[in-house]
Ligand binder design. Structure first.
Ligand code: SF4
Length: 476
């Protein structure tokens, strides 16, 4: 079953903010990686403007997806690979299950992949009696803990060394230690046996190139290469937007991806896969399947306001600088995608009303766009989602948030559209608030729905005369 807990965003966020370990982990992670990513953009031989070029490339690819996907599929077919276009999460999972049943697959090893989180892959395969083992160290940790990733690239960022030490002692039966090399060795030993016994390897796809007909997988642990070359069958899952036109464009995006994801010039292990192993290759799978997933992306593609979101290459750079993600972590977002990318993509995939708090929870500070290797204008799309929530929208089946809120803001717009009216409103406000300020002149609780403004901070009381009036008096 696909995890969608977006309705619990506010409650989960409150809990996360009380978790001192999480606060420490997020703050240290963001301080380390956020500035490092910005520095790597500066050091690009083409300069940070390469991000703008990459944005244009991605937009061109998105606008020509139909052609590019066909070329990609044709090239993969030519090398003996099979390509399946899945309209929904269920179709994608069912196709993989069918391949697994055909080959009597009992054990799967899997590389980290957000799109498989999106479609509930592990849950579905495990329910069908197949063992699925995550092989990325962070994913392996959270799988043992029966949790979901809290970051796109660093899924176990919320866990301390001690947490992992206790988890490994409990699940792997090793003596308790919080020494990272010892814990890594223990995971390596346990995973090595899984690699050797697997009948099928599953991966995501970081990018795909139509011109050459290959997908690229990237990791820093080598686990994806092991997962996709040791077992006899490799099934790769890919969101349909991840294709680029040419090898030249692929390489530019690929360099930006490594910088955005981990402030690296290049990831440790990069694999180009375009089909099953050929007769002159000593290793590699006998079968290669690529599942290209729509699952709501066509709808995003059809809307010019949100199409830009399909440029995303899921690097997580926006999470690493987002002040909201930095406080609440990834679980509060209640779906596979967290942070600014999740605040836009999740409502578009699971329903704007259902995930309304995600886009309303962001600060619109713009740090996400500055950090994004493809310069996606996330704040613009957050505002567009909020506008739909304020006004309702038939195309996206959005029910208006609140009529009272709409009327209140229309009234406010009317008030501030004329200076004299605004001044009179302030005078009324001054009279109405007379009993509200405390001894320090601050208001700590506004009445009725306005209380939201003072729930977590005090505000200054309205002055008797506006600054403009006082300035005029002073001048005269
Ligand atoms: S929106 Fe940009 S920064 Fe965020 S995950 Fe996507 S590509 Fe990376």
């Amino acid at each position: 079953m696909v995890l969608i807990n977006t309705e619990k965003y506010i409650a989960e966020a409150k809990e996360a903010m009380k978790d001192s370990n999480l606060q420490k982990a997020l703050s240290s992670f963001q301080h380390r990686i956020g500035p490092a990513t910005a520095a790597t953009y500066q050091k690009l031989p083409e300069g940070p403007e390469l991000r703008l070029k990459a944005h244009d490339m991605r937009m061109r690819a998105i606008e020509n997806l139909d052609v590019l996907l066909e070329v990609l599929a044709d090239n993969i077919h030519r090398r003996g690979g099979r390509v399946f276009f899945a309209a929904t999460a269920k179709e994608a999972v069912d196709y993989c299950l069918q391949v697994a049943h055909q080959h009597r697959v009992k054990k799967i090893v899997k590389g980290k992949s957000m799109v498989t989180e999106e479609i509930g892959f592990n849950e579905a395969l495990i329910a069908a009696g197949i063992e699925v083992t995550e092989t990325d160290l962070g994913e392996y940790i959270i799988q043992l803990a029966r949790e979901h990733p809290s970051h796109i690239i660093a899924p176990a960022i919320h866990k301390t060394r001690k947490d992992i030490g206790r988890l490994f002692a409990d699940k792997l039966g090793i003596p308790y230690t919080d020494d990272p090399p010892t814990l890594t060795q223990a995971a390596r030993k346990a995973l090595r046996a899984k690699f050797m016994a697997a009948d099928m390897g599953v991966s995501g796809c970081n990018l795909a190139c139509a011109e050459t007909g290959h997908i690229t997988t990237v990791s820093n642990e080598g686990n994806i290469r092991m997962s996709t070359t040791l077992p006899p069958i490799h099934v790769a899952f890919m969101g349909m937007e991840r294709v680029v036109a040419s090898l030249e464009e692929h390489d530019i995006l690929f360099r930006l991806l490594a910088r955005g994801a981990a402030a690296q010039n290049m990831a440790g292990y990069v694999s180009y896969v375009g089909g099953p192993a050929t007769s002159d290759q000593s290793d590699g799978p006998q079968e290669f399947h690529l599942i290209i997933i729509d699952n709501g992306r066509s709808r995003i593609l059809a809307d010019v306001e949100f199409r830009e979101m399909l440029c995303c290459i899921r690097c997580a750079a926006c999470l690493n600088v987002c002040p909201v993600y930095g406080k609440i972590g990834g679980h509060a977002y209640g779906f596979a995608y967290s942070g600014p990318v999740g605040a836009v993509v999740t409502p578009l995939l699971v329903g704007i009303n259902r995930a309304k708090d995600l886009c309303q929870g962001e600060t619109l500070c713009g740090a996400c766009q500055d950090a994004c290797p493809v310069n996606i204008d996330i704040p613009r799309m957050l505002l567009a989602l909020r506008a739909k929530l304020a006004d309702g929208d038939k195309d996206w089946n959005v029910v208006r948030n609140s009529l009272a809120e709409k009327v209140a803001f229309q009234f406010w717009a009317w008030v501030i559209s004329k200076r004299a009216r605004y001044d009179r409103f302030l005078q009324l406000g001054y009279l109405a608030q007379k009993w509200m300020p405390g001894a320090d002149g601050m208001i700590s609780r506004l009445p009725l729905a306005l209380h939201g403004w003072t729930r977590s901070r005090d505000i200054k009381s309205v002055a008797k005369a506006s600054f403009k009036k006082r300035w005029q008096n002073r001048q005269s």
